[in-house]
Structures are given as C-alpha cells and as structure tokens.
Design a protein around this ligand. Structure first.
Ligand code: ATP
Length: 513
C-alpha cells in the first residue's frame, strides 16, 4: 500500500513539475477537486481527445459529432431522472467529521479482498513456475475462492440495498464488515443519506425572471435532446451514433484522488441509436470495440479488465465498466451502458414532442434503443500519465525518470537541440524546427549540457531528440535519439520527417485495433 501511495505521489508531483497539471487557483491555496492543465497537459489532453474523436467519429461512416451547450433547459434533468435520482449515498464519521461515499467504503473493502487474491496468485505463480495455471488456481484454491465469494456476496447485497433505497442496510453492512474511518480509525458512523450531485445556478439578470438551472452532470442529454435534429438533417439511418466531448460537473462527495474524481471534468461520450431488441448484440460489440481502442495504445493488456454492474442505474438494462489499474488499484475508466429507450421516451413524455424514427425496412416508427460509451477524458489522462511514468535503472547503474507516453499522444514529438550555442548550430536547429512544425509539435531547446537536455525531454515524454553538431555543418546529418531505447542514429535532415511520422502517425496506432 505504501508503495502504491508513493507511486501516486510521484505521479502528482511529476505532473506539476513538468507542466502537466496544476491545482486550480493555487495562489489562493487551491480549490478542492478542481485542476488546471498546464502547457504540456493541454497538449496531451487534446491529443487524447483527438485520438478518441478520430476512432469514434471520423473512422465511422455512421457516427457524427455534436457540441451541445453546457446549460440546458431545466426540464431536461427532470426528464432524465437526475433531479430525483442522481444521488450518491453519503455517510459521516462522527469522530473525524469526514464525509465518505458509503458505497465506496464497501467497494474499497472488497478491493482489499481482491488485493489479497492477487497476492496469493503472485505467490503461487512463483511457487509453481511454468506449470502455473492461473484460471485453475482461481477456481480451486480454497482461500482464493473464499475471498472471491465473500467479495461477490458483499457487492450483491449492497447492489440490492441501493436499488431498493434501503440505506439502513447499507449502514448495517458497513457495521457488520467493521469498516473504520481511515482517518480516525473509529466506527462511529452517522446514518447513510442520499446527496444530489448536480450543481445549481441561475440564468437571467433580474431576480424574479431568473431561471434555476443546473450545470450538466453528463454530456449525454445534449445528444438525446438533439436526436431528431441530427437524424433528420444528417439523414442518418439506424444504427447510427452521435458523439461529443465536453465539460460535465458533479458535486462529488469525496474527491481526493487527484484528477480521477473531479468536480469539473470532461467526458467523451457516444450514444448509438439502435433497433429495439438488438441491444445485446451492440452491447457486446461496443464493449469489445472500446477495449480494443484502449489496447491500441500498447499500455499492457493486464492493466484492463471488465467489471459488470450488479447495481444498474435507473436507465440501464446492462452495464459494464472498463477498469484500469491506476496507482491506487483497478478503478472505472469507461462505462458501456445499454440505456434502452429510457432517455428518448422520457424526453418525449416531458416535451410532448415525438422523438421517433421511421424505419423504412420495418415500415413503422419506434423510439430507438441506445447503447452508450462514456469515458472521462481526465481519467484517461491519468491512466496514460501514471502508466507511462517509470523510474529506470540503466545498465551503468545510474537511473533516469522517463515518461513513456504512447508517442501518438505525446505533447511534443521531438526536441531539436544544438550541441553548442555557437558556430551556426542554433541557426540550423531553428531551421529544422521551422520545417517540422508544420507536421508535428516540436520544440527548440539549447539550455544546459546536451545530456541534461536528453533527461529533461525523457521526463517530459518527448519521443525524439534531434541533435545538431559540427558534423551537421559538413554533411547535413543529425543525431536522432529515441526516448525509450536511448538509441542514437545518424540520419539526414531530410529523413527526419518520415522517421517521426512513422512513430507518431495516428493511422499506424489505430490500425492496431
Ligand atoms: P464513479 O462510479 O467513478 O462515480 P460513474 O459511474 O458515476 O463513475 P458515469 O456516470 O458512468 O460515471 O460517467 C462516465 C465516465 O465519466 C466515467 O467512467 C469516468 O471516466 C468519468 N467520470 C465520472 N465522474 C467523474 C469525475 N467526478 N471526475 C472525473 N471523471 C469522471
């Protein structure tokens, strides 16, 4: 655990030191669970968004984009169920006065059981060596089976209690499991209460005509209310999708995990409109497709897993998360939800407008079913950033910090370094930057010894360093050094563009899907 904490602390401090993420309003001691993206962070974030947009919108003939406003008519949230049901169960510890999400306390307890299972697996793998069969071990080892059954039973019970609004049983569960407040260590809990996560605000200048509004807690509703606009003007045929990225706001009860859980964050969502009855097929399709998108980034298959929901949201008939191994354990990164016709039917009801599709093949109108994929851009950022940060020991015993970002996402693709600040080398280096910057984000760096500059670029995640030296003056060649292998190659200046392109081209990354 201490190890995990250390790693997470390193991620946070590295993100700050290298201009990725700053605490919001830091000079005023910050604002809780709100963050700003710095000069490198904004590039990485944009690149992740573009990678998603390319894969989800531009590579699909039947998916189009949208950019709906953050403010929406307040009835939207009545219809969607958010006013009545967008709650989290909260519980306070009377001694520390700290507030927790009751479901998260229980999930963390189960997470500890999972960690125990993982530990047993690791031990057994060591003991049995090549003969180790993980599946069989998980299914037969009595201790592991017991942990697993216990965890499943706990989650099932909590799922049922939350579904039935039986908050007393959630509290009972916390007491039975003897869960203590991590801060005070006490088990002196209040009752569990529901807390609505939407931020309210007002639209309009004069007090009496002002209208109560909410900041949207998800981007999805902007898609639903525009369903017919897009379908008709885009002449879309079912199945088709509408995708958008944008800010969402939630007054999270507990937000202590850096950009994992923020009060202002960004979502990348796609709603796929389908024929009623075909939801199982599309659910399976999008689960697999989205996992492939993640795997295309090459961050390790073992770092992902599916988690099927026991407790379904009010709108869903099936739901799964793609979980990622964050520095603090496996947690939700993306949700895939089969939303039925819930949203469109609700908006029909509340707006008294028909939100239906005329299916020429079937010769009838219906309210389409919806399959949703929903991922937090900031969470995706954290998964990429934390997984890439590595403390490496080199062959000569020295060490280096390297941010092995997938090259397609790296803020800068190359840094161009004159070996010394004289003899015409800076001029050539600047000329190379001028040429390359039409195609890639590149930077010029002449400060400090070249070794220091290499290390700085390694830590910032730049895949290539290009060094201009005195030989360049003679033969127009430069040294290109690769961040991960640290290999150096002598190449012609005219070859640089192709070499970099090969490594960072979106096509070659997405083709791995
Ligand atoms: P959680 O259970 O972690 O609160 P959720 O199930 O409420 O998440 P969804 O409503 O399904 O999340 O939102 C879809 C995605 O949006 C999540 O998978 C996550 O990546 C992202 N997300 C949700 N809430 C936040 C938040 N407070 N900060 C950052 N990202 C978030």
């Amino acid at each position: 655990m201490a190890n995990q904490n250390d790693k997470f602390k390193k991620v946070i401090s590295h993100a700050k030191e290298y201009g990725y993420i700053f605490q919001s309003s830091e000079i005023y001691d910050g604002l809780s669970a709100v963050y700003d993206y710095g000069q490198n962070g904004v590039e990485l974030k944009n690149n992740i968004r573009d990678y998603w947009w390319k894969a989800m919108v531009q590579m699909h003939d039947n998916i189009v984009g949208l950019d709906a406003a953050i403010f929406m008519h307040p009835t939207t949230w009545k219809a969607s169920g958010h006013v009545d049901a967008f709650n989290d169960p909260l519980i306070d510890n009377k001694d520390s006065k700290k507030r927790y999400r009751a479901d998260v306390l229980v999930e963390d307890y189960v997470g500890k059981l999972d960690a125990k299972i993982e530990k047993e697996v690791k031990k057994a793998a060591k003991r049995f060596g090549d003969a180790f069969d993980k599946e069989q071990y998980l299914a037969t080892n009595p201790r592991v089976v017991q942990y697993k059954e216990k965890g499943d039973a706990i989650l099932k019970r909590m799922g049922k209690s939350l579904e039935n609004e039986d908050l007393a049983d959630v509290k009972a569960l916390i007491e039975e499991l003897e869960i203590a407040c991590p801060l005070s260590g006490s088990r002196n809990w209040t009752d569990v209460k529901q807390f609505n996560l939407m931020f309210g605000t007002k639209l309009g200048a004069s007090a009496d005509s002002a209208m109560d509004l909410y900041l949207r807690p998800e981007t999805a509703q902007g898609i639903f209310v525009n369903f017919l606009n897009v379908q008709k003007t885009g002449r879309m045929k079912i199945p088709f999708g509408i995708a958008q990225t944008g800010k969402a706001f939630r007054n999270e009860i507990v937000a202590r995990q850096f950009i994992f859980r923020m009060r202002e964050f960004e979502q990348m969502e796609m709603q796929f409109f389908i024929k009623p009855g075909s939801q199982k097929k599309w659910y399976d399709y999008w689960k697999e497709h989205r996992l492939k998108w993640h795997l295309s980034l090459g961050m390790g298959e073992d770092n992902y897993r599916f988690h099927d929901h026991e407790k379904l949201a009010h709108y869903a008939d099936a739901a799964a998360d793609i979980e990622f191994r964050f520095p603090f354990g496996f947690k939700e990164l993306e949700g895939i939800h089969s939303r039925t016709d819930f949203d469109l039917s609700q908006h029909e009801k509340y707006s008294s407008k028909k939100l239906q599709y005329f299916d020429h093949e079937e010769n009838k109108s219906y309210v389409p079913y919806v399959l949703e994929t929903s991922i937090g851009l900031d969470r995706m950022f954290l998964s990429v950033f934390s997984n890439s940060l590595v403390d490496e020991t080199l062959e000569d015993g020295s060490s280096r910090v390297v941010l092995r970002l997938p090259a397609v996402l790296a803020p800068y693709k190359a840094a161009v370094l004159p070996l010394v600040k004289k003899d015409g080398l800076p001029e050539i280096a600047r000329k190379i930057v001028e040429d390359l910057k039409w195609d890639f984000n590149v930077m010029y760096d002449e400060k400090d010894a070249v070794g220091r500059r290499y290390r700085r670029q390694d830590a910032a995640g730049t895949p290539y360093c290009i060094t201009v030296d005195h030989d360049t003056l003679e033969d127009n060649t430069v040294t290109i050094r690769h961040r991960d292998t640290m290999e150096q190659q002598r190449v012609k200046i005219t070859e640089l563009k192709d070499i970099i392109k090969k490594e960072v081209d979106v096509k070659s990354w997405l083709m791995r899907m």
